[in-house]
Design a protein around this ligand. Sequence first.
Ligand code: UDX
Length: 475
Amino acid sequence: MSGRPRLTVFGTGYLGTAHAACLASLGFEVLGVDVDAARVSALQAGTLPFYESGLEPLLRAGLRSGRLSFTTSYPAAAEFGDVHFICVGTPQRPGSGGADLSQFEACFAGLAPLLRRPCLVVGKSTVPPGTVVAYSQRLPATAPAGPGAELAWNPEFLREGHAVDDTLRPDRIVAGVWSDRAEAALRAVYAEPLAAGVPFLVTDPATAEMVKVAANAFLATKISFINAMAEVCEVTGADVLSLADALGRDRRIGADGMRPGLGFGGGCLPKDIRALASRAAELGAGEALEFLHEIDAINQRRRTHVVDLAREAAGGRLVGRRVGVLGVAFKPGSDDIRDSPALEVAARIRALGARVAVFDPAAMDRARKVHPELDYAGSVLGAARDADALLVLTEWPEFSAADPGVLAKTVARRAIVDARHVLDADVWRSFGWDYHAPGRPAPGAPGALPGRAAGVRPRQAEPPAAAVSFLAAAV
Ligand code: UDX
């Protein structure tokens, strides 16, 4: 290939669409490919089939520039591209912890026999260890271009809600390559971020594939670690927020990705740790990753605990109660409800006999399709109306900005569960709210000193006078 490579991106989900639109914004000619004709037409018309902040303007700019387009045609894509990125989904296999690689296999099997000239096929989908070596062997054997068609691995670390930034300005680019030619092609694709100082880490493809699953396993572990500490805080009267703050200031630990609360969900972390543990077991290294089952179990327990907090907040029972739920997306900035802790908690509370009214700024339509038994409110106030307990389950900024004084007049009982720690407990209590949050002590919880609520610390800037005289006496 000479000059600027022409790029294709197979799979137009969060990853593929962000990748295609971002590369077009860097000046490349990009062809997005998907087997879903309706999705391709929507994208070609400039409409994103999901919500992702900042991506739709980039998509439209790419289409307008003429550099970005979409097709369902594999032959057209094979003819067009010098570098083919595979970004299709690898969901959890039903009934097992393993990954379902059928979309990846279909994409590879559809594309490889059409590759007639030298090109690079780059895997970006998250796959369990061992996948890349097998496909690397198959590609030259299947493609008419023979050894001219080569596989490389270039994992993606983007977070939903930050897809554009994470694609254009990632913390690092990992290039798993078998040859200098493949490295040069990937350096050409990422020339602009590299010039801006983004680290470019060259590894063998098997290591690149491992980097992604290990990174997600570590991120999940960090979240479950702090949530396990929250469980201990709950029985000792300690405060997990202060604990996380103090731990995060140790540079070896770091505060990022260690927010306690309702735990992780979404289309990546839960299924990726299961797929990794499952593949490790198949390869005879199951013992090494036994702990990931515990990480998963801690994460699931958070959901049960928040249901328990909701029951407590609603006065000890859920049957016949009205519960308002703020948030059903698995995280803010996204309309994704895949394995959403918020939606699961809402549905469980409904199944336990409460009427549940939910509100989410982006994920209502998706949630309604899966859980029609919930009531869908048009606003925060609508969800809170006549509620016996109000729950914040996704940390959208509009929920932390909610006015406790206004909401106090809307609900039946002033009881709030802040499952994501986004509200100021003191402010809400000052408006008469009974405030509950996982890992934070309730007044009178074990650990309280007589006459003082657990976890409530004196707020003086100076040491209290009594402490000073006590120290003086000691000297
Ligand atoms: C994740 C990885 O971050 C990303 O690198 C990878 O490419 C795909 O998987 P994503 O699923 O978009 O990205 O979301 P992330 O921001 O990591 O959050 C995942 C879940 O963990 C969310 O449910 C979020 O609410 C929860 N979370 C995250 C916490 O509970 N605490 C935290 O500190 C961080």
